[in-house]
Design a protein around this ligand. Structure first.
Ligand SMILES: Nc1ncnc2c1ncn2[C@@H]1O[C@H](COP(=O)(O)OP(=O)(O)OP(=O)(O)O)[C@@H](O)[C@H]1O
Ligand SMILES: O=P(O)(O)OC[C@H]1O[C@H](OP(=O)(O)OP(=O)(O)O)[C@H](O)[C@@H]1O
Length: 226
């Protein structure tokens, strides 16, 4: 039996259901909109579990589900060394979003990452504390800034409405997901050149601990190569 974890709400859930339907598997909730169990028609030995997108990486790594759909950003953020826990079966071509670094649009002296590094150092000298970057993507942002020579900063945790933290004076910069760019613009923020951290999309993952024969059987059923 393969347990398939799918996001429990919103666009990601609907587009996941559509993606499987186009490949002959009908996923549906078994009861009301509030019930987090479901059924799978069109394949034997697959059980549907509806979960928070953010919890699917951990559930895969723990072996409580064998297959899961979530954003590629969330797997990289939640699982250190993610390749040792999961493998990608298919990029699903929806849920596209860019994880980016952004600063106030009025910071005319910051266009590039090098500018940000210089301003961060000057900021620390002037204020006696490090420039604050609000994000929920702590692991990805730390790794990215370290690779790009930005050192004088601190992360402040923001689990939602991250673009508002600058106006609320709890951060000087942010790192968050953008797709249309509307939220950044509405909050008077601009992306830093070279500040694209990850291009995310919904992805079908298999746990490395899952039975390879069972995973391959499902992958073939879905028409996935390899
Ligand atoms: N505006 C957007 N457009 C496209 N994809 C997005 C957008 N915002 C977030 N995403 C993607 O959706 C996925 C889920 O995002 P998020 O962690 O915000 O989940 P959520 O809907 O708040 O669910 P939960 O709180 O249950 O985990 C992530 O992979 C993220 O990249
Ligand atoms: O570039 P845009 O098209 O404006 O999209 C970006 C916004 O979408 C996401 O928020 P969402 O409303 O999905 O929820 P969240 O606040 O829980 O992240 C993300 O966190 C941004 O705030």
């Amino acid at each position: 039996m393969l347990k398939l974890g799918v996001p429990s709400k919103g666009r990601l859930m609907e587009q996941t259901f559509d993606w499987f339907a186009a490949r002959g598997l009908r996923l549906s909730r078994s009861g009301s909109d509030r019930e987090y169990a479901g059924r799978v028609d069109g394949a034997d030995g697959v059980q549907l579990v509806l979960l928070s997108a953010g919890e699917i990486p951990r559930e895969l790594a723990a072996g409580r589900i064998q297959i899961g759909v979530t954003g590629s950003d969330l797997v990289r953020e939640k699982l250190p060394g993610w390749r040792s826990d999961v493998r990608e079966l298919a990029a699903m071509e929806f849920g596209h979003a860019d994880l980016v670094l952004a600063v106030p649009a009025c910071w005319t002296d910051v266009e590039t990452l090098d500018d940000l590094a210089a301003v961060a150092t000057a900021f620390r000298r002037a204020h006696g504390f490090r420039l604050r970057i609000a994000t929920k993507y702590h692991r990805l942002i730390r790794a990215f800034l370290s690779e790009n020579g930005v050192a004088d900063y601190q992360l402040v945790d923001s689990q939602g409405a991250t673009e508002g933290t600058v106006a609320n004076l709890t951060a000087e910069a942010i790192a968050d997901i953008t797709s249309s760019g509307a939220t950044l613009r509405a909050n008077h923020l601009k992306m830093v050149d070279g500040g694209l951290v990850h291009q995310s999309q919904a992805t079908l993952f298999a746990a490395n601990s899952a039975d390879p024969a069972e995973v391959d059987r499902l992958a073939r059923h879905l028409g996935l190569a390899g």
